[in-house]
Design a protein around this ligand. Structure first.
Ligand SMILES: Cc1cc2nc3c(=O)[nH]c(=O)nc-3n(C[C@H](O)[C@H](O)[C@H](O)COP(=O)(O)OP(=O)(O)OC[C@H]3O[C@@H](n4cnc5c(N)ncnc54)[C@H](O)[C@@H]3O)c2cc1C
Length: 373
C-alpha cells in the first residue's frame, strides 16, 4: 500500500508492480507535485552529493555512485514509459540538463521535461527568432516583458505577438487558458513560437513556457499520476509486533503486507509545521542535519526567518533500506518504507526536487514488494 499520490507515490507503485506486487495507492489530495513549474530536476552532481552531504537521502542509501546511476537509469526509464502510457509525454534523462524560460523569461534548470516544453531549451533557441505569444485579455502575464527578458537575459532574438481570445472571462488569468486550443499566429510564421502554458494542440515549431503556481504543467502531471488511486485520507494506522497491519481511511480499513509513506513535505501534508515539525500519522522521528528536531528547541524556527530553505531540509530519516526511524534512531515498523519529500536531509525545492521522490519512491516500492510476506 502506498500512502500519497504525488510523484514519489507514483514511482513507488511502479517499483512495486515491477516486482509483481498488487498495489493500492491512497491519496487525499494533490500535493507539491501538482505545483511544479514544468521542469523536473533530478540531480546536479551525484558524486558531489555522496562526498559532501551525509544526510542526503541518496547518501543514506549506502550505494556507490555506479549502482545509484544504474538505479536512476532504470527508475527514469520506467517513469517516462508509464507517464506516456498515462497520457503525458516527458523527455530527457538525469545525465542531461537544460535551461528553460518561465512566463517571466527567467531561466530554470530541468532534467526531465514535458515534450511540449522541451523545444524551448534556451541554448537551442540561439540564432532563431522567437515570437512570445501574448493574450490581450490575460492580465497576469505580459508577453512583451517576457520577450524583453529573453533578449536581455539570454541573448535570444525575441518579440511579442499579441492574440485575442474573445470568449475569455473579464480579467482573465493564465490559468483560464488551460485546455484551450492554441490560437494560430499571423506574424510568427517565420519564427519559433513560445506559448504561455496550458494550451493544447500547439502548432509545429512551438513550445510552452514554464509556469508559476498554480501550474498547468503540474496539473497535467497530477492527472496522469493520479489515475487509479483511491481518494481517501489515511487517519490512523494499526500495528502489531513491530509491523503495520492496516490503515484506516474514513470508514474503510485497508490491509497490506508492506506500506510506503509518500506523504510529501508541508504542502503534501506528510509533515506538520508549528513550533517543532512533526510527522502526524505515525509520530516518526523528524530530523534536521542528522539530529531530531525536538533537540534543536526553537532554533530551527528562528533559522526559518533568516532562510526559509533551512527548515525545508527537515524530514524523516531512514536506514539504508528506506525504513523510517523513530526519534531514538530505531526502526519502529519492519514493513514500513518512506519516500519522497517527506524525507529530510536535502533541499526539496532544489536540484533534487524530483530526483529524491523518483529514486526513493522507485526503490521503496521494489524493496517493499520483495520483502512482502
Ligand atoms: C510550489 C512548488 C514548485 C516546485 N517546482 C518544482 C520544479 O519546477 N521542479 C522540481 O524539480 N521540483 C519542484 N518542486 C519540488 C517537487 O515538486 C516536490 O519535491 C515533489 O513534487 C514532492 O513529491 P512527493 O510525491 O514526495 O510529495 P507530494 O507531491 O506533496 O505528494 C504527497 C501526497 O501525499 C498525500 N497525503 C499526505 N498525507 C496523506 C494522508 N494522511 N492520507 C492520504 N494521502 C496523504 C497528499 O495528498 C499527496 O497526494 C516544487 C515544489 C513546490 C512546493
Amino acid at each position: 500500500m502506498v500512502i500519497g499520490g504525488g510523484i514519489a507515490g507514483y514511482c513507488a507503485a511502479l517499483g512495486a508492480r515491477r516486482e509483481g506486487a498488487d498495489v493500492t495507492v491512497v491519496a487525499r489530495a494533490p500535493g507539491a507535485s501538482a505545483l511544479y513549474a514544468g521542469a523536473m530536476e533530478v540531480v546536479d552532481d551525484l558524486e558531489f552529493i555522496l562526498k559532501t552531504q551525509p544526510h542526503h537521502p541518496f547518501t543514506r542509501l549506502g550505494l556507490d555512485s555506479v549502482r545509484l546511476a544504474s538505479e536512476l537509469d532504470t527508475a527514469i526509464q520506467s517513469l517516462l514509459f508509464a507517464l506516456e502510457r498515462d497520457g503525458l509525454k516527458v523527455e530527457g534523462g538525469w545525465r542531461t540538463r537544460g535551461m528553460y524560460a518561465d512566463i517571466h523569461g527567467l531561466a530554470r534548470p530541468g532534467n526531465l521535461i514535458p515534450a511540449t516544453v522541451a523545444p524551448g531549451e534556451l541554448q537551442s533557441l540561439m540564432g532563431r527568432r522567437v515570437a512570445v505569444v501574448g493574450v490581450a485579455e490575460v492580465g497576469d502575464y505580459d508577453a512583451a516583458a517576457t520577450a524583453q527578458a529573453l533578449t536581455e537575459l539570454h541573448g535570444i532574438q525575441a518579440f511579442a505577438e499579441q492574440v485575442s481570445i474573445s470568449d475569455l472571462p473579464q480579467s482573465a488569468s493564465v490559468t483560464d487558458l488551460y485546455g484551450r486550443r492554441a490560437p494560430a499566429l499571423a506574424k510568427a510564421r517565420a519564427a519559433t513560437a513560445a506559448y504561455p502554458p496550458g494550451f493544447t494542440n500547439l502548432p509545429p515549431d512551438s513550445f510552452e513556457l514554464l509556469s508559476a503556481p498554480p501550474s498547468p504543467h503540474g496539473w497535467r502531471l497530477q492527472q496522469a499520476i493520479g489515475l487509479g488511486s483511491i481518494n481517501a485520507n489515511v487517519q490512523s494506522v494499526e500495528s502489531a509486533r513491530g509491523r503495520i497491519t492496516s490503515v484506516r481511511a474514513g470508514d474503510r480499513t485497508l490491509r497490506a503486507d508492506s506500506f510506503i509513506l509518500a506523504t510529501g513535505h508541508h504542502i503534501g501534508g506528510g509533515l506538520d509545521g508549528g513550533r517543532v515539525t512533526r510527522e502526524p500519522l505515525l509520530n516518526l522521528g523528524v530530523y534536521h542535519n542528522g539530529n531530531p528536531v525536538g533537540a534543536a528547541g526553537t532554533r530551527l524556527q528562528h533559522l526559518q526567518y533568516i532562510d526559509a530553505a533551512e527548515e525545508l531540509r527537515s524530514g524523516l530519516r531512514t536506514d539504508a533500506e528506506l525504513h523510517p526511524l523513530d526519534e531514538a534512531g530505531q526502526v519502529p515498523y519492519g514493513n514500513l518504507y518512506a519516500a519522497g519529500a517527506v524525507l529530510g536531509g536535502y533541499d526539496y525545492a532544489g536540484a533534487c526536487g524530483f530526483g529524491v521522490p523518483i529514486l526513493t519512491g522507485w526503490l521503496a516500492g521494489r524493496w517493499a514488494a520483495k520483502a512482502r510476506a
